[in-house]
Design a protein around this ligand. Structure first.
Ligand code: XMP
Length: 323
């Protein structure tokens, strides 16, 4: 049996032993609790020899890249680079409606962008070595956090690299961690509470919450509606009772009325579920006044939306996401 404090100490020692006195490690972060915990552990173990990379894929939540940058760089001291690749992602997604295609494009583009950024860090490190500057060494390791497991595993990385598995998936070194344990770890590592408690967010992001083609305008509409939704849930102090909540953009034209004019605008569907493991999920019963406030704010504040619906489907037979 082990305590979380012991686990942290052992994990840091293990990372130091694997990495040795020299050499850099790179790893992807998303702003989720898993990759943040993984990044923070790396930073505790080897400081600035760990390079975190966050890819802005253009389908993140509102201000997400900026917030993750502030939190990791400023609050947690992690050496993070945010790569704005939104143009590349959005242009490759142009006209694509099929959700599996969207997932594939986002996964592949992520790998391209991550590898290009890694190559830049490698080139700079090699250059430093050659000049004999006080070097942290070459890039030798790729951090495999629990986040994006399917994406990261497929990154081929040149050089004497291998994989550090920081928490899950390493039964040789420590017990598997549940998501509650990762959260406990996050709290001990002084990761801010709102982040530790955060709902999960899918890798393909808002692209699978826009039913139909993804455009910058559609992303903006959904980001705005989603941010109002989450803000009101937090204000009502319901966030921690809900396992996952998000808005979905339905690109149909519903009729509405504004003054004496008819409008034909899009629809926002709100989703909120309670779930133990996301294999099954129950739709969440909101107090009606909270839904009323959310609906009124979205229809008043988000241009292009004249109707809000609430999804009362459980899983199964529905899934959590709409796509
Ligand atoms: P479903 O829709 O399958 O969702 O009931 C269950 C959980 O998985 C998340 N989800 C994804 N996460 N990439 C991800 O990283 C995906 O393509 C994806 N699809 C669904 C979903 O948000 C929920 O937490």
């Amino acid at each position: 049996n082990w305590t979380m404090e012991e686990f942290i100490g052992k994990e840091i020692a293990r990372i130091r032993e694997i990495c040795g006195p020299k050499g850099r490690v790179i790893g992807a972060v998303s702003g989720g609790v898993d990759s943040t915990v993984a990044a923070k552990l790396m930073h505790e173990a080897i400081g600035d020899r760990f390079h975190a990379i966050m890819v802005d894929n253009g389908v993140l939540r509102m201000n997400e890249a900026q917030q993750v940058n502030d939190m990791l760089n400023k609050d947690l001291g992690v050496n993070l680079t945010v790569v704005d690749a939104s143009d590349m992602f959005l242009s490759r997604l142009e006209g694509i409606e099929d959700p599996e295609q969207k997932r594939k494009i986002i996964g592949n583009t992520f790998i391209n962008v991550f590898e290009a950024e890694a190559a830049k860090i490698e080139a700079a490190a090699d250059d430093e070595e050659k000049r004999g500057a006080a070097a942290k060494g070459r890039v030798e390791w790729l951090l495999q956090g629990t986040l994006y497991p399917d994406v990261i595993e497929s990154i081929s990385f040149k050089g004497p690299s291998a994989t550090i598995k920081t928490h899950h998936n390493s039964p040789l070194h420590h017990p598997l961690l549940t998501s509650d344990e990762v959260r406990a770890l996050g709290r001990l590592l002084s990761i801010p509470a709102p982040l530790v408690q955060r709902h999960p967010f899918p890798g393909p992001g808002l692209a699978i919450r826009i039913l139909g083609p993804v455009t910058r305008d559609q992303v903006k509409i959904l980001q705005h509606a989603d941010s109002i939704y989450i803000e009101e849930i937090r204000k009502a102090k319901l966030y921690d009772q809900i396992s996952q909540a998000f808005a979905v953009l339905l690109p149909v034209r519903a009729v509405g009325v504004m003054g004496d004019q008819r409008t034909y605008e899009q629809v926002i569907a709100l989703r909120a579920v309670q779930s133990e493991d996301f294999m099954t999920a129950d739709w969440y019963v909101f107090p009606p006044e909270v839904l009323r406030r959310i609906s009124s704010r979205i229809t008043n504040e988000v241009a292009g939306i004249n109707r809000v619906t609430y999804d009362i489907s459980s899983k199964p037979p529905a899934t959590v996401e709409w796509l």
